[in-house]
Design a protein around this ligand. Structure first.
Ligand code: SAM
Length: 220
């Protein structure tokens, strides 16, 4: 278990300033980033890296997303404190902890077993209680649907129909969609039973979404 000292809080304030300068405007999202100790997700030797605005390897060929990306996706979700949110791609658990600052109803699913087990252990150590699942999140998590918000933290080849079907009416899906080298951030809003609006934002680079509605592992 790591500690959160005054110097770490200072490093987070500097990170939040960078995010503000890069265009993140939602004060609740910025406050969440300022609250969650990102260095808890890193080995002690990598303290500097924890507060740089960069993605970083977490093992198993995966990454903890860049803080700007976490802030950007979280801002697009327009989270309310009563929202039930599904995160696809738990990874290190960092994005999940940011979501937990904004709503207590967080469901998160991870495909990679060792990463899933590590994240579960992390949440337990720090007394956090998201609903954690191991499995193929490209199919969503139908057993607990519907969700007010769904966030996908890996790059998808398309928008899985099964995911949008698990949104409430008025619900929002934030998902990076594109090829292997870059993906466009999309926000899909379910406006009716079979009606959706689609908004496109900047390009990002994510690790691939695996599973049935993602890029099959064999093709990578
Ligand atoms: N949100 C994570 C964090 O804060 O550390 C970053 C996630 S990393 C960029 C993407 C994650 O998605 C990886 O941990 C990867 O194993 C996971 N992933 C890929 N395909 C998945 C799938 N079909 N279902 C669930 N998780 C998946």
């Amino acid at each position: 278990m790591q500690v959160d000292l005054y110097k770490h809080k200072g490093m987070r304030r500097a990170l939040v300033k960078q995010l503000r300068d890069k265009g993140i405007r939602d004060e609740r999202v910025l406050a969440a980033i300022e609250t969650v100790p990102r260095h808890f997700f890193f080995e002690k030797a990598f303290l500097e890296q924890a507060y740089q605005d960069k993605a970083f390897p977490i093992g198993e060929g995966q990454t903890i997303s860049q803080p700007y990306t976490v802030a950007f996706q979280t801002e697009l979700l327009k989270l309310k404190p009563t929202d039930k949110v599904l995160e696809i791609g738990t990874g290190s658990g960092y994005q999940c902890c940011v979501l937990l600052q904004l709503t207590p109803k967080v469901y998160t699913i991870e495909y990679n077993k060792p990463l899933y087990e590590k994240a579960v252990k992390f949440f337990k150590t720090y007394g956090l209680f998201p609903h954690t699942f191991h499995g193929d999140g490209s199919q969503g998590l139908p057993a607990h649907a519907p969700y007010d918000k769904i966030i996908v933290t890996a790059g998808a080849p398309g928008i899985p129909k099964t995911l949008v079907s698990q949104l409430t009416i008025g619900g929002i899906l934030v998902i990076p969609v594109g090829g292997e080298s870059s993906q466009k951030m999309l926000r899909i809003t379910r406006t009716g039973e079979n009606d959706f609006t689609r908004e496109e934002f900047a390009d990002f680079k994510f690790v691939p979404l695996l599973g049935k509605s993602g890029w099959e592992a064999d093709n990578l």
